[in-house]
Design a protein around this ligand. Structure first.
Ligand SMILES: Cc1ncc(COP(=O)(O)O)c(C=O)c1O
Length: 408
């Protein structure tokens, strides 16, 4: 495995050349990442040259439509799924909302859905509201001391009434990487479907969704170096079995069924830039050709290795601070570099204190209010969250630790 060429990586992000951002180390990536250059270039080109209704028989329109289709096809290939299985929506929250409407019609009173208290509200609240339709909601609760979600505890909740299990690949608060393939296999064996929130995982390397065995997998492009879109992968036979939520005449097309509104054409087209970026990372670091899944897997491992190397010193530093409670695992290999810390002071106050030191971080509840409550943390006080990705430089970690030393 080669080392990540950090200079090459950072050259793909205009934010690192932006004068107004110089001297600012970005540690709120889990809220939304910087956008890579190919996405910005495609977005600009679309607005300049193709901002017409797509799929009509004139050149600008044809090119726009083709670019939208290519974005879906190329991203699907990198994720190991068929093009018809990938759809775009305004955000992950809106995608789960629409999905929950479909399941409300699909399920019957007495059926059960399992949710966790580890998830962001996007993959929790819309499902919990199904109680209004007579559906039983069971909570798979995490360990209140560590935030760990134990698959053994899920086993005790699964029975023949359970139709759907919703959980996160990685919580945006706890950061621990859940064993998705193992959980999806358990769910499948119990005759139920899995809906996995991958929003906090995908920025750290695109997953092979087919290999994970998830029936539904969601993530947000704007946290994955792309435009402000939600991306949803759903097995095609499931997409065709769930009630259509789009215009009736679009019902035959799997990827249109859960996007009730017209999509944001320019952003969908620009999402192809995420595939350009993955391919550029592959070409720069690896020899020889590989298929889309092979390229995505190699880039995933490259990103992860860099992140794990930078993360461990930060975890070690926080671990020896009496004033800080680290949420989630202390071993970098088990988690994403999304590090929430409970302090005596409010999370937002700590973030504000870090800003003059050139550290851009966030504080608050991060819409994981149930997770905070489960961990015994007042959501009003919240946590400080320090989140980074593969483009983070080790000098920025040093700056962060130095700033933390003055603030916490
Ligand atoms: C883990 C997780 N899931 C879901 C969401 C919601 O994503 P979106 O903003 O695309 O609705 C977020 C956003 O912060 C998140 O962190």
């Amino acid at each position: 495995m080669p080392d990540l060429d950090i200079d090459f990586v950072r050259a793909q992000f205009p934010a690192f050349e932006e004068p107004s951002l110089q001297g600012q180390a970005f540690f709120e990536n889990a809220g939304g990442s910087y956008t890579c250059r190919p996405v910005i270039d495609r977005l600009t080109r679309f607005y300049h040259q193709r901002k017409v209704q797509p799929y009509a028989p004139y050149e600008a329109s044809r090119l726009g439509g083709e670019e939208m289709d290519r974005a879906r096809t190329r991203l699907a290939a990198l994720l190991g799924v068929a093009p018809a299985e990938l759809s775009f929506g305004p955000s992950t929250t809106q995608n789960t909302y629409v999905l929950a409407q479909a399941f409300r019609q699909h399920l019957a009173p007495g059926d059960a859905v399992i949710v966790t208290n580890q998830d962001h509200e996007a993959n929790s609240g819309p499902w919990r509201r199904l109680t209004q339709a007579g559906i039983e909601i069971r909570e798979w609760a995490m360990d209140p001391a560590t935030g760990h979600l134990d698959p053994g505890a899920l086993a005790g909740l699964l029975d023949s009434k359970v139709r759907l299990v919703c959980f996160a690949h990685c919580s945006n608060l706890v950061g621990e990487i859940n064993p998705v393939a193992e959980i999806c296999a358990m769910v499948r064996d119990a005759g139920a479907l899995s809906c996995v929130d991958g929003v906090s995982y995908a920025p750290h390397g695109l997953p092979d969704v087919r290999a994970l065995g998830a029936d539904i997998y969601l993530f947000s492009a704007y946290k994955t170096y792309g435009p402000h879109q939600g991306i949803m992968v759903m097995r095609e036979d499931l997409a065709m079995a769930l009630p259509n939520q789009a215009h009736y005449f679009n019902a035959d097309t799997a990827y249109k069924r859960f996007t009730p509104a017209g999509p944001d054409h320019a952003q969908v087209a620009a999402s192809a830039g995420m595939a350009d970026y993955t391919d550029a990372l592959y070409a720069h670091h690896f020899e020889g050709p590989a298929g889309p899944s092979g390229r995505a897997n190699a880039v995933h491992d490259l990103m992860r290795a860099h992140e794990v190397k930078l993360l461990q010193p930060l975890l070690d530093y926080i671990g020896q601070k009496n004033s800080a409670r680290l949420i989630g695992p202390a071993d970098a290999a088990q988690r994403a570099p999304t590090v929430a810390v409970e302090l005596a002071q409010a999370g937002e106050a700590a973030a504000a204190a870090l800003a003059p030191h050139g550290v851009m971080a966030g504080g608050g509840d991060f819409y994981a209010v149930r997770a905070l409550q489960a961990l015994g943390i007042d959501p009003g006080k919240g946590v400080l969250r320090l989140s980074f990705v593969h483009y983070t430089h080790e000098d920025e970690i040093a700056r962060l630790i130095d700033a933390l030393d003055r603030v916490i």
